[in-house]
Unconditional design. Structure first.
Length: 260
C-alpha cells in the first residue's frame, strides 16, 4: 500500500511538472514567435530535458517565494540562443538564396533569443543576474571554440570541454544563488542530459577539423559509458553536499528516466 501511494504521488508530481513545462513552452513561444523566422527556419527548439532541471533548481532556491517566472524564462532563452547558434552553417559555397537567407536568419534568431533575456530581466530589475547570464554566454562560446577548433591532447580533454559547454549555464545559475561547492550534483545531472542530446542526433551544421570530428565519433560510440560515469558521479556527490534532499531526489528521478 505504501509503495502504491508513493507511486501515485510521483505520478501526480510528474503531471504537475508536465503542465508547467507546457505552460513555460507557451510563454516562450508567445515571446519568441516571429512569422518571418517561423516561415524560414521553423519554430525554436526548446530543450525540455534541461528545462526540467531548471524548474527543479528554481523551485528549491531559498528566495523562491520571491522569484519571478522571468528568471526561468530568461535562462531558457539563453539556452535557446546557445543551441540555435550551433546550427549556423559556415559553408559559403551554396549561393542559393534560400540557403543564404536561412543561415543569416539562424544567426539573427540566436541573437533575438539573447535579447529576450535582457528584456525579461529588465522587467524585474536584476542587473546582477543579467551579468551572470552575459558572462555565461561568453564562457560557453569560448569553450565551444576550444571544443571544435582547439587542439586536444586526449579524448578526455575533449569530453571535459564538452562538459563545460553543456553545464556552465546551470553551474553559473546555481552559483549565483547557492554556494559553488554544492553544485557538483547539479552539474553531473545536467551533463547526463547533454550527453543524451548528443546521442539523440544533435549534429551541428558547421564544419569541424578532423580531430574534432574523430573525437565526436568516439563519444557517439561510447555515449552510454559516459552517461553512466556522469550518473555515478551524481550519485556519489549528492549525499555529501548540502543540495536540498528534495531537489536531489527530483534530479535523481529525472535521470532515471533518461536511462529508460
Amino acid at each position: 500500500m505504501a509503495a502504491r501511494t508513493e507511486r501515485k504521488g510521483f505520478l501526480m508530481e510528474m503531471n504537475d511538472l508536465n503542465s508547467r513545462i507546457t505552460y513555460y513552452k507557451e510563454q516562450i513561444s508567445s515571446y519568441a514567435y516571429h512569422p518571418y523566422l517561423s516561415k524560414h527556419i521553423g519554430e525554436p527548439a526548446i530543450d525540455e530535458r534541461k528545462m526540467k532541471t531548471y524548474i527543479h533548481l528554481f523551485d528549491h532556491l531559498p528566495e523562491r517565494k520571491n522569484m519571478d517566472d522571468n528568471y526561468l524564462l530568461s535562462v531558457m532563452f539563453v539556452q535557446m540562443a546557445l543551441d540555435t547558434h550551433d546550427f549556423v552553417t559556415v559553408d559559403n559555397s551554396n549561393k542559393e538564396v534560400d540557403e543564404v537567407r536561412k543561415r543569416q536568419l539562424t544567426v539573427l534568431a540566436g541573437d533575438f533569443y539573447s535579447g529576450l533575456y535582457y528584456h525579461l530581466l529588465s522587467l524585474i530589475n536584476d542587473l546582477d543576474f543579467i551579468q551572470v547570464l552575459a558572462k555565461t554566454i561568453r564562457e560557453v562560446n569560448e569553450q565551444k571554440v576550444r571544443l571544435y577548433y582547439g587542439r586536444h591532447d586526449s579524448l578526455t580533454s575533449y569530453v571535459q570541454t564538452y562538459k563545460k559547454v553543456e553545464t556552465l549555464l546551470s553551474y553559473n545559475v546555481w552559483c549565483h544563488f547557492m554556494p559553488p561547492g554544492d553544485c557538483g550534483a547539479v552539474v553531473e545531472s545536467m551533463f547526463v542530459k547533454g550527453l543524451n542530446n548528443w546521442g539523440s542526433g544533435k549534429n551541428q551544421a558547421f564544419s569541424k577539423p578532423e580531430q574534432s570530428k574523430n573525437y565526436a565519433y568516439e563519444i557517439a560510440d561510447n555515449i552510454e559509458k559516459y552517461k553512466k560515469e556522469a550518473y555515478d558521479s551524481f550519485k556519489n556527490l549528492g549525499p555529501g553536499s548540502s543540495v536540498p534532499e528534495e531537489l536531489y531526489r527530483k534530479l535523481d528521478e529525472d535521470l532515471e528516466q533518461e536511462f529508460n
